[in-house]
Design a protein around this ligand. Structure first.
Ligand code: MG
Length: 388
């Protein structure tokens, strides 16, 4: 109900989206209270957050850190849990209204499924969940009347453009991309870029995994798939535009030719807050985009030659079944290998493509098929990394 205080469970609370969600909570303490904080293994940051927000439950995925967490939070009267099973249980607790799903990668799938089954509202930042198992997620959300609200800035923009247009057909989704740090690089230059180069994103400060995905444009490929599931449009209707200023966060073209876009400063707190407050807009003092000082906004077509990941994402959806899950698993392997210096920047796409052609195809995967596919695809991709 309008104006009611909501209890949040934040999965991945110490990451980039998690900490910015807590900024939103700090700005609106009358609207949001933190019921549960879950982190992977950043124990010191988690302890600091728990001492400030005093949640009912604190959970750490890495079970080896349980004793240390318990000791550090002994002054707090809260439940302390550890492990993936615990996180999957936390999200179902009756007092929780909204689950902010901002874990990194495949690990976000299971708790998101459990939260949907418990009928929670999901503020979804973990796009891998929809890439891997979009069909299962959407079916479950319908069945359990769970709303999924996008946190990803592009999808928040599309969602905002669609408010009030429920009866109108979408002709095209115009999904914007910054183009990342290598937008103007030649293939030859891209051959020798390092993880440190890739981690210097021009417009957004994000976690390491997604920053590498942005540099390789796999992030945009994932977002095409995410848009398909969130808005029920075929990927052929999703067009990617490179827009280096990151001011137009995305747009929707309707069948009368009208294009609606959402603009704003590149600041994730805005889409996070909108997902939490929908359908209200809360007043904020986040920085405003100053169109006068920007002067011009530019748009260009993505170059699939230099950024084949985008094409691989479309191909994964066209083949369907478990192939998007293979795409994600192979990408998680090469993304980490690239950060560790075990794989070159351009090799990442080759290995993903190779894994997609080698993995066993399952046309109608169940949840267990996804789990098996993820393991098998990681093994194939890992072998290819090691044999390079
Ligand atoms: Mg995005």
């Amino acid at each position: 109900m309008k104006g009611e205080r909501k209890n949040l469970a934040i999965l991945g609370s110490t990451g980039s989206i998690g900490t910015q969600t807590l900024d939103v909570v700090r700005a609106h303490p009358e609207r949001y209270s933190v019921y549960a904080l879950c982190a992977n293994r950043s124990i010191d940051k988690l302890v600091e957050q728990a001492l400030e927000f005093r949640p009912e439950v604190v959970c750490i995925a890495d079970e080896s850190l349980y004793d240390a967490l318990k000791t550090k939070l002994s002054s707090l009267n809260c439940k302390i849990w550890a492990g993936a099973d615990a996180i999957a249980e936390v999200v179902t607790m009756p007092s929780i209204d909204v689950v902010v799903a901002s874990m990194v990668g495949y690990a976000g799938l299971r708790p998101t499924i459990e939260a949907i089954k418990a009928g929670k509202t999901i503020a979804l930042a973990n796009k891998e969940t929809l890439v891997v198992a979009g069909e299962i997620i959407c079916d479950l959300a319908l069945l359990h009347h769970a709303s999924i609200l996008p946190v990803d800035s592009e999808h928040s923009a599309i969602f905002q453009c669609l408010v009030g247009e429920e009866l109108n057909e979408v002709e095209k989704i115009l999904l914007t991309a910054s183009g990342g740090p290598f937008r103007t690089f030649t293939l030859e230059q891209m051959q020798s870029v390092t993880a440190a180069d890739a981690l210097r994103h021009p417009n957004w400060h994000m976690g390491d995994k997604i920053t590498i995905d942005s540099a390789s444009m796999m992030n945009k490929g994932f977002e095409v798939i995410e848009a398909k599931w969130l808005f029920g449009v075929p990927v052929e209707k999703v067009q990617v535009l490179v827009h280096p200023q990151s001011i137009v966060h995305s747009a929707v073209q309707f069948t009368d030719g009208a294009i609606k876009a959402q603009l704003g400063a590149p600041d994730m707190r805005l889409p996070i807050q909108y997902a939490l407050s929908f359908s209200e807009r809360l007043t904020s003092d986040f920085p405003r985009a100053d169109l006068f000082s920007l002067g011009s906004l530019t748009f260009e077509e993505p170059d699939l030659q230099r950024f084949p990941n985008l094409g691989l994402a479309y191909e994964a959806v066209r083949r369907g079944g478990n192939i998007p899950c293979v795409l994600n698993a192979a990408n998680e392997v090469v993304n980490l290998a690239f950060r560790q210096g075990r794989c070159g920047f351009l090799q990442m796409s080759d290995i993903i493509a190779g894994t997609m052609s080698k993995a066993e195809f399952v046309a109608k995967p169940t949840y267990d098929d996804y789990v098996a596919t993820d393991i098998a695809a990681r093994r194939i991709a890992e072998q290819m990394v090691n044999s390079k």
